[in-house]
Design a protein around this ligand. Structure first.
Ligand code: C2E
Ligand code: MG
Ligand code: MG
Length: 501
């Protein structure tokens, strides 16, 4: 180039500076031999070290995770694509592992983000140490990591790598002088003839990871095609739920609660119902978790609060009873993680005019096992609005009862399984009795769930349990039926049982 008249040649050269440091220079050679004023080659030299460094840094940043310096999603995907291209004609030998830490949020919440970051860095290092140098470890953001295992022949099963990683995580991490234990849930997807490319392989690993997460802490799942069908159905059901919420496909049933001494109705528990246009009635045990996972729980929960409070306030107005009715509403764990629930409860009370003392908010033990300050703070704020708090399904969750002292709980709802054991044989009463006595000693009101026959009712009454709820007194029913029941004051069943005692 420089040989042609007016040609320009650019070169980049590493040079050593006079002070000894190395730098990169750009050398431009311009052929001005034919230019009568110059008659020679003109050489310009520029130090471009800084620019080069910046470029390197930028391209590194584009492909690496800032925090851990591991590959990021873009680079990982690129590596997967290359690995797939390489193994195209051989037996498929590429596998992807997705790892999501369990309990990382708690670390962040309790020790702060800086500690969380330090933990993530260490987890990254630990992962690298558990795989071979030829495998790629990436962080996708948050507490999500991925490993590309390049020659996972059938013999050296990928599960061995998975085991090694999970085993590696089992050793505690040292952050700020504290030993932290984290677990991970892992999804494994292998390249096989059904998989079309990198995107699909990553999606499969992701799906398997979600399954592992749902199955419990600290394990792994391998992808199988059934997971995909299930996902499609789930996504469909979620869309249907969203629609039902918008278009009034949800409604509430009410189940009466009975004062076991006087046999009078004290109020009702509101239970959400969904009449699906194709599938018929979908049970709340199915659609509540779905709403929790999809973020629909907030609008759904707010709707339940609004509608139930409105209904109960209306009963209160027409029934004119000496004691105000109580209305029990279930709050799911996920709802109680967001401070907005306080606003939703306050608004439902305000708009309906229901006296706050009438409202009981039910939550399961698992909610209270969440040690985070956030939940405790939300419960305190809820409490300040006036409602009482009840522990639902009490006795099924955890052995530690220490949380009862920390949380402002008023009511224990004894799980149905204890009441079930009361049937016929009074010898089985011991457990139920223990729970009732526990409630009494903590000065909490006790409510027995799932009372199905008169012998259970009588046994519970003898134990001094305060309130009962169950098919024996009344199944969950629509608002109109509940209203009729309230105007009758007593359920016929409770009345007969009371007189035959
Ligand atoms: P839960 O709060 O423990 O509600 C009691 C469940 O036991 C209800 O099931 C009720 O129909 C059933 N039940 C009542 N009496 C008896 C009985 O004598 N025998 C038997 N075998 N069962 C009885 P349901 O309505 O299917 O609700 C299931 C769960 O779904 C509820 O358990 C609650 O945790 C949740 N849920 C229902 N509605 C809502 C809601 O609006 N929000 C939230 N977050 N969860 C809800
Ligand atoms: Mg309940
Ligand atoms: Mg319950």
């Amino acid at each position: 180039v420089a040989e042609r008249p007016y040609g320009v040649l650019e070169l980049e050269l590493p040079l050593r500076h006079r002070d000894g440091h190395r730098c990169t220079v750009q050398l431009t050679v311009t052929n001005l031999l034919d230019n009568p004023a110059v008659g020679g080659l003109v050489l310009n030299t520029r130090d471009i070290s800084e620019r080069r460094q910046l470029e390197d840094q930028l391209s590194h940043q584009a492909f690496h995770d800032n925090l851990t310096a591991l590959a990021n999603r873009a680079l990982f995907k690129d590596r997967v694509e290359h690995a797939l291209a390489r193994t195209k004609r051989q037996t498929p030998s590429v596998a992807v592992l997705f790892l999501d830490l369990d309990g990382f949020k708690e670390v962040n919440d309790s020790l702060g983000h800086a500690a969380g970051d330090r933990l993530l860095i260490q987890v990254g290092q630990r992962l690298v140490s558990c795989v071979r140098p030829s495998d790629t470890v990436a962080r996708f953001g948050g507490d999500e990591f991925a490993v590309l295992v390049e020659d996972a022949s059938d013999e050296i099963d990928v599960t061995q790598v998975a085991d090694r990683v999970l085993e590696g995580l089992r050793r505690p991490f040292l952050v700020n002088g504290r030993e932290l234990h984290v677990r991970g849930s892992m999804g494994i997807a292998r390249m096989d003839s059904d998989v079309e490319g990198a995107d699909q392989l990553l999606r499969n690993a992701d799906l398997a990871m979600y399954r592992a997460k749902a199955a419990g802490q600290g394990g792994y799942e391998r992808y199988d095609p059934g997971m995909h069908t299930e996902l499609v159905q789930r996504v469909q059901l979620e869309a249907d739920l969203r629609k039902a919420l918008d278009e009034g496909g949800l409604f509430l049933h009410y189940q009466p609660t009975i004062d076991l001494t006087s046999s009078q109705i004290t109020g009702a528990e509101a239970l959400a119902r969904w009449d699906h246009p194709v599938r018929g009635e979908v049970p709340p045990t199915e659609f509540i978790p779905l709403a929790e996972a999809s973020g629909l729980i907030r609008p759904l929960g707010a709707w339940v609060l609004r509608e139930a409070c409105r209904q109960a306030a209306e009963w209160q107005r027409v029934a004119r009873r000496d004691k105000p009715l109580t209305l029990n509403i279930n709050l799911s764990g996920r709802q109680l993680q967001f401070p907005e629930v306080v606003e939703d409860v306050a608004r439902a009370l305000r708009d309906s005019g229901l006296p706050p003392e009438s409202l009981v908010l039910e939550m399961t033990e698992s909610v209270l096992m969440d040690d985070s300050e956030t939940v405790l703070d939300i419960l305190r704020q809820l409490k300040q609005l006036g409602p009482r708090l009840a522990i639902d399904d009490f006795g099924t969750g955890y052995s530690s009862l220490s949380y009862l002292h920390r949380f402002p709980v008023d009511i224990l709802k004894i799980d149905r399984s204890f009441v079930e054991r009361l049937a016929r044989n009074f010898d089985n009463a011991e457990l139920a009795w223990t729970v009732v006595r526990l409630g009494q000693s903590l000065q909490l009101q006790t409510v027995a769930e799932g009372v199905e026959d008169s012998s259970q009712f009588l046994a519970l009454r003898r134990m001094g349990c305060d309130i009962g709820q169950g098919y024996y007194f009344g199944r969950p029913m629509d608002g109109e039926a509940m209203e009729r029941l309230l105007s009758d004051e007593l359920t016929a069943a409770a009345q007969t049982a009371a007189t035959t005692d």
